[in-house]
Design a protein around this ligand. Structure first.
Ligand SMILES: [Zn+2]
Ligand SMILES: [Zn+2]
Length: 268
């Protein structure tokens, strides 16, 4: 990717597109993912982006021919401003229920003030329903499963679902995020004493999930730029089928985590 392409990836308004089956990318930019999972009984929206992203997400949903009022459920990857900052406004526009894990609900309800990572706060939102690890969210014949993958936030969630298309079944994984927060120590963190163990368990859990279609909270984690280009070229193979990319992502993030751990534990 050139510097210009990177700039475009991060800031240009993204065009929405169908990924596979009933799953659409509706993020305001390719950098900040939002996914619309449509069903005959209403839709599920995974991540809203920043508050200022909501207008773009709205236009993307509507330009695909879907109605905002049909969004019944709002989910999230993790409680940081660039993924749930748009939740209060999107809830106003859709009337959807916000479903979130307990730990991320807490951070969301304080607009990030109760997060172990200290950053500028954002507009808080209230959870309508708390979801637990392994919980299945069902709507209109579609099932999404919540897999708690804490570490990046305490309630970080990886979502999975299954799509049938062209006589094939595909396992879809929406990774919540496995990056260590810059400037936040892993070891001996009084605001998050279990961070090291949580990350380790989350890596193990992600490795155990079957994955054909690899998706995530940020586009560059799954090389969205190249995949969209391939999609536009119209090949016969769906570019989002990328089990190797999924394994590579986990391996790369785990390596970074282990190196940081070694650095922090160095000498002891
Ligand atoms: Zn984050
Ligand atoms: Zn983020």
């Amino acid at each position: 990717m050139t510097a210009e392409e990177d700039q475009e990836y991060r800031t240009a308004r993204a065009k929405p597109f169908r990924i596979i089956g009933n799953i659409y990318f509706v993020g305001a930019t390719l950098h900040n993912s939002s996914y619309l999972i449509t069903t005959p009984q209403g839709h599920i929206l995974l991540d809203t982006g920043h508050e200022y992203s909501v207008q773009g997400v709205r236009e993307n949903i509507e330009s695909l021919g879907f109605q905002l009022r049909d969004v019944e459920i709002m989910l999230s990857s993790h409680a940081h401003h660039d993924h749930i900052g748009g939740h209060p406004l999107m809830k106003e526009l859709t009337g959807a229920s916000i479903l979130v894990t307990e730990a991320d609900a807490d951070v969301m309800s304080t607009g990030g003030k109760s997060d172990f990572r200290e950053r500028a706060p954002w507009k808080p939102a209230k959870a309508d329903r708390i979801i637990g690890d392994g919980e299945r969210i069902q709507l209109g014949g579609v099932t999404l499963v919540a897999h708690l993958t804490p570490g990046h936030t305490k309630g970080c969630t990886t979502w999975t679902t299954v799509v049938n298309e062209g006589g094939q079944t595909y396992d879809i994984v929406f990774v919540g995020g496995m990056g260590i927060n810059s400037g936040v120590p892993l070891v001996g963190n009084s605001k998050y004493p279990n961070m090291v163990e949580d990350f380790a368990r989350s890596f193990a859990k992600l490795k155990s999930l079957p994955c054909d279609i690899f998706l995530a909270a940020h586009g560059y984690w799954f090389n969205i730029w190249e995949k969209v280009k391939r999609l536009e070229q119209g090949g016969r193979i769906n570019p989002f089928i990328d089990p190797q990319g999924y394994r590579d992502y986990i391996e790369e993030k785990e390596l970074t985590y282990l190196e940081q751990l070694k650095l922090e534990r160095g000498g002891s």
